[in-house]
Design a protein around this ligand. Structure first.
Ligand code: NAD
Length: 294
């Protein structure tokens, strides 16, 4: 069993840390939110007063923060954790951030003899709670092998995508595709309903036909068609429009840096950004349905 520091105990990090506690590890957490720290203590973990206090004396650090600047701010610079952590510590960053930032943080870690992998996740808050997340890892084969048993305490499918940063690249490719298929699914459902079809009947037809996809199978965006999904709960819970818009921005940056063409991803980014601007940023991303339905 390992001594683990967990930084960032939000919607995803909270339940992930709880699963590490359940697996028998000693978990010391830090978050800016007092409520998040209290929840960790209630789950059997320890609350630290600072990130530095959390990482003191641990073998592994896991971070689950919102965006690139949070991760760079945590680890880099004069007051960053890397200036205080001993060589040999394994750092697992599961935040979804720019692949360039992951590479920069990975390089700074290597200069101090610290092991670093980027390990963004797929599977949402439900997957985090159930311990069924997919981890998409970038880093060396040795560091991946060391991290794998820990990741298996929080997830089901653990992929090694390639060197540092590769986890983030694979993650944005996946989320770009997800945004496109969700927007396309909502457009098709709205077209059918406007022409007199029942959304549940149309969903079933498309599910069994060549338009079948993940949104139709497990995450139907039309309210009331499927039980237990955000669309049937006023688009509450799930994966926020703001986070999807952030990921599409990362996809756009990745495309820019590699001179790649992403016309569908760019259109999806604009649709989700427009939807967020209309005050829907905190809703689940399947609420893009509202843009196409009266
Ligand atoms: P969240 O906003 O719920 O949690 C982030 C937490 O980080 C908050 O509790 C915040 O207080 C804390 N925090 C911010 N700065 C900090 C700092 N300097 N030190 C300590 N704590 C700090 O976000 P989330 O939904 O848990 O998402 C986290 C990451 O996971 C994001 O990169 C997101 O894109 C990714 N992600 C989210 C989902 C999802 O469904 N929510 C799915 C896959 C990936």
């Amino acid at each position: 069993m390992s001594k683990i520091a967990f930084i960032g105990l939000g919607n995803m990090g909270g339940p992930m840390a709880h699963n590490l506690v359940k697996a028998g590890h000693t978990v010391t957490g830090f978050d800016l939110s007092a409520d998040a720290l209290k929840a960790l203590e209630e789950a059997g973990g320890k609350a630290a007063a600072s990130a530095l206090e959390a990482v003191t004396g641990v073998e592994v650090v896991v971070s689950m923060l919102p965006a690139s600047h949070h991760v760079a701010g945590l680890y880099l610079g004069e007051n960053g954790l890397f200036s205080q952590m001993p060589a040999g510590t394994l750092v697992i960053d599961s935040s979804t951030i720019a692949s360039d930032t992951s590479r920069e943080v990975g390089k700074a870690a290597a200069e101090k003899g610290i092991k670093f992998i980027d390990a963004p996740v797929s599977g949402g808050v439900g997957g985090a709670k159930a311990g069924t997340l997919s981890f998409i890892v970038g880093g060396s084969a040795d560091d991946f092998a060391q991290a794998k048993p820990l990741l298996e305490s929080m997830g089901k499918n653990i992929f090694h995508a390639g060197e540092t940063g590769a986890g983030q690249v694979a993650k944005v490719c996946n989320n770009m595709l997800l945004s496109i298929l969700m927007a396309g699914t909502t457009e098709a459902l709205a077209l059918g309903v406007k022409n007199g079809l029942d959304p549940a009947v149309l969903s079933e037809i498309m599910k069994q036909s060549s338009g079948g996809n993940w949104a139709l199978n497990v995450y139907n965006p039309w309210p009331g068609v499927m039980e237990g999904v955000p669309a049937s709960n006023n688009y509450q819970g799930g994966f926020q429009v703001d986070l999807m818009t952030k990921d599409l921005g990362l996809a756009w940056e990745t495309a820019l840096n590699s001179k790649s063409s992403i016309p569908m991803g760019s259109l999806a980014r604009n649709l989700f950004a427009l939807h967020a601007q209309k005050g829907n940023g905190a809703l689940d991303f399947s609420s893009i349905q509202q843009m196409f339905a009266d």
